[in-house]
Design a binder for this molecule. Sequence first.
Ligand code: ATP
Ligand code: MG
Length: 432
Amino acid sequence: MSLQKKPRIYSLSELDLSTDNLDRHAVSITHRLAKAGFEAYLVGGCVRDLLLGLHPKDFDVSTNAEPEQIQALFKNCRLIGRRFRLAHIHFGRHIIEVATFRAPHTKEDESSRAHKDGRLLRDNVYGSLQEDAWRRDFTVNALYLDPQNSTVIDYVGGIEDHQKKVLTLMGNPVTRFKEDPVRLIRAVRFKAKLGFTIDPKTEAPMQKLAPLLKDIPSARLYDEVLKLFLNTEANQVFDTLRQYGLFKALFPQTDSCLHDASETEPLALIKQAMKNTESRLKNNQRITPYFLLATLLWEPVRRLSEKYAPNLNSETQALHAAANEVVLQQVSRIAIPRRITTPMREVWTLQPRFHKQVGVRCLRFLEHPRFRAAYDFMLLRAQHGEVDSSIADWWTHIQTLNPAEQKLMTRPSQMKQKKKARKKEPSTPGSA
Ligand code: ATP
Ligand code: MG
């Protein structure tokens, strides 16, 4: 694809877009900027999603006004960002991001701005609308909606690609992926989210370039990784990441556990967790990132704890030691914050407590703030043969009882009697 000089202009009506679906705050920002003599458009994901009839997560504005000029026009504006200054315009808790047109990096300034392997380190040169379109990632993300004239401006063939449902990375795909390897995982996410295919030229180098993801600062990857898995297409994203070797670059410890074709359960457990996430999201139920990340990293933790167990006093200690090591290695790749790793560890290290079904400790466990998550995790393990189903049933049952009944159920004598009864009647199923 070549850099087109003249844009194609589409009217909103010809694209079946209605101004009713636009965010009124974002539109009012473009009006005010236009009144002050600037160009201002809605851009990126919001235009792409509106064309698909989806409800955009956020509306971004792009303008030729520079950050200080934007700030002078809006009282509710704060400038943020070091690598590239952006204006945030606040409407209560709602924030609209307003960015000044940026130019893509050129051959001439490449040496001063790009890393030796082609990765862009600085990205702070203002540009024209056309240049701003060109520096974006996929053509369908480079469409500009002009609320003043009720049109969409397309410099890059984004509308055609949108109609063909194809993701095309602009420019030379190898150069553009090298410039910012995060685009590799964005391609996978958008493919799943939008139900698009990846253009063959864009797709061709993806597998080979997947290892470049390792060079992305871990802090930047956390948000992108959450976006990958906390959506209604998590399973497809997971499979596609593995297909391109991207999962290995993100979760190397887990990936190496999944190569053993004879062991299908660890993979099945992760896929089940993704499926549960998908259906919870479809039912508007709450999802917690730590639970999904705990399932993603469980197999390396489990294997390492088995290795440590003979030298430590308890299964719990072995799990603690394994969790420390796995988390330490993982956060060097993806900066999972401590508020997430702490409950992840708890979910793992509480697992041995499900094997004790006697005494007050057992009753106290029911009151533990992380009991519910640990229990859900144990159920997932039971579904995949890691925990005896009678244990899972016992914990499911005890939660339905009142405190007096629970006390009775966890009395030592109760357990002995149950064991005796089981010995007499070996054919009786062991569920409580
Ligand atoms: P969503 O909000 O659904 O995640 P989005 O396309 O809006 O999708 P954002 O991360 O919000 O994604 O980015 C907004 C826009 O900024 C994109 O549509 C794209 O035009 C541009 N953009 C984002 N990340 C990159 C990147 N790594 N390289 C080039 N352009 C990018
Ligand atoms: Mg967005």
